[in-house]
Design a protein. Structure first.
Length: 289
C-alpha cells in the first residue's frame, strides 16, 4: 500500500510550488511502469460517470482528519483525461480525493487503469459506493439505469454483478418513475424506499407522500391505508379481474385497471402514469416483454 505522509510539506500541488512552467509529463511518468504513481492532487478531477452527487460533510471531515493523521493507504483509481494531457479522471476514490483536499494534502497515490472499458469504469465506480453504502436510493437506481440504458446491460446482468436479486434491481429502477418531488424526499431521507414502494402504484402518490411526511406514517400504516382504500374501490369487481390487475400492477409498478364488457366479451386495459418518466418506463417494459 502507498502512504502519503502527513509530514511531507508541499504547497497546494507541485504546480503552484514550482511555478507555471512545470513540466507535467516529467512528473506523471514517475513510477508509471507499475501503473502506480504519486501525483499532485490538482492533476485529478471527478469523472462524469460518478452517480454519487451528495457527500456527507461530517463523514468527509472525519475522513480528512484520518488522512491528516495516517495518510492515504488506498490508491485512487484513475484513467487518463483524454482532453487534458497529463491529467486524470477519477474512477474510484473521489471521496478520498475530496477529503485529502480538506486535509491540505498535496499529493495522492494513484493507480492508472487506461485498460478499463467505459462500462467497466461505471461498474467499478458504482460498486465502490455500494460497498460503502454511500449512495442514496435514487443515486443507486440511476447507477443501475446507466448500465442498462447506456451500456446495454440486462437487469439480470446488473443483478449478478452487484450480487443483488432481479426484483431488487427492478424495484430500484421503479423509483425513477416517481415524480421529482417524491424523489427529492427520498434523497433527503424524508421517505424510505419502503414508503416509496408502497405508494408507487397509486394514482395520488404525491399526495400520499406529503401525507406520510406530515403525519409521520410508518410503512405498515401506509400499506394498511392503501389496502382499505383498494378494498372499498373494488367491492363491485369480479375477483378474477382484480387478481389480474394486482398482478400487472406488481410487475410493472404502475396502477392498472381492467374494464370488461360481459355482453361483447371485450374490454379495455388502462395503465395509469403520472409523468413522462413513468411512460418511458412502460415503453421499456413492453420492449423487454
Amino acid at each position: 500500500m502507498v502512504k502519503v505522509s502527513k509530514n511531507k510539506q508541499l504547497g497546494r500541488g507541485l504546480s503552484s510550488l514550482l511555478g507555471e512552467n512545470l513540466n507535467v509529463d516529467d512528473i506523471t511518468k514517475k513510477n508509471l511502469k507499475n501503473n502506480l504513481s504519486i501525483i499532485p492532487i490538482d492533476f485529478l478531477s471527478a469523472g462524469s460517470w460518478q452517480v454519487r452527487k451528495n457527500f456527507n460533510e461530517n463523514e468527509l471531515n472525519s475522513l480528512s482528519q484520518s488522512i491528516k493523521n495516517n495518510g492515504i493507504f488506498q490508491p485512487i483509481v484513475v484513467i487518463s483525461d483524454k482532453e487534458k494531457k497529463g491529467k486524470y479522471k477519477i474512477v474510484a476514490g473521489e471521496r478520498r480525493w475530496r477529503a485529502a483536499q480538506l486535509a491540505n494534502i498535496h499529493e495522492v497515490p494513484i493507480i492508472l487503469r487506461d485498460d478499463l472499458s467505459p462500462e467497466k469504469i461505471v461498474e467499478i465506480s458504482l460498486l465502490e459506493n455500494l460497498e460503502r453504502s454511500d449512495l442514496n436510493p435514487i443515486e443507486e437506481a440511476r447507477g443501475y439505469e446507466d448500465l442498462i440504458n447506456e451500456h446495454n446491460y440486462t437487469q439480470e446482468k446488473v443483478a449478478k454483478i452487484f450480487s443483488k436479486s432481479r426484483p431488487y434491481i427492478t424495484n430500484f429502477l421503479r423509483l425513477l418513475t416517481l415524480p421529482d418531488e417524491i424523489k427529492t424526499y427520498i434523497i433527503n431521507g424524508k421517505l424510505s424506499v419502503g414508503h416509496a414502494r408502497a405508494i408507487i402504484s397509486s394514482e395520488n402518490s404525491l399526495e400520499l407522500a406529503r401525507d406520510i411526511i406530515k403525519k409521520g406514517l410508518s410503512v405498515r400504516e401506509v400499506e394498511k391505508i392503501l389496502k382499505q382504500t383498494k378494498k372499498s374501490d373494488n367491492t363491485s369487481k369480479l375477483q378474477e379481474y382484480l387478481d389480474v390487475e394486482n398482478d400487472l400492477s406488481s410487475k410493472i409498478g404502475l396502477k392498472t385497471r381492467i374494464t370488461f364488457n360481459k355482453e361483447k366479451k371485450n374490454g379495455v386495459l388502462t395503465i395509469k402514469f403520472n409523468s413522462l418518466e413513468q411512460l418511458d418506463f412502460i415503453l421499456k417494459k413492453l420492449k423487454e416483454a
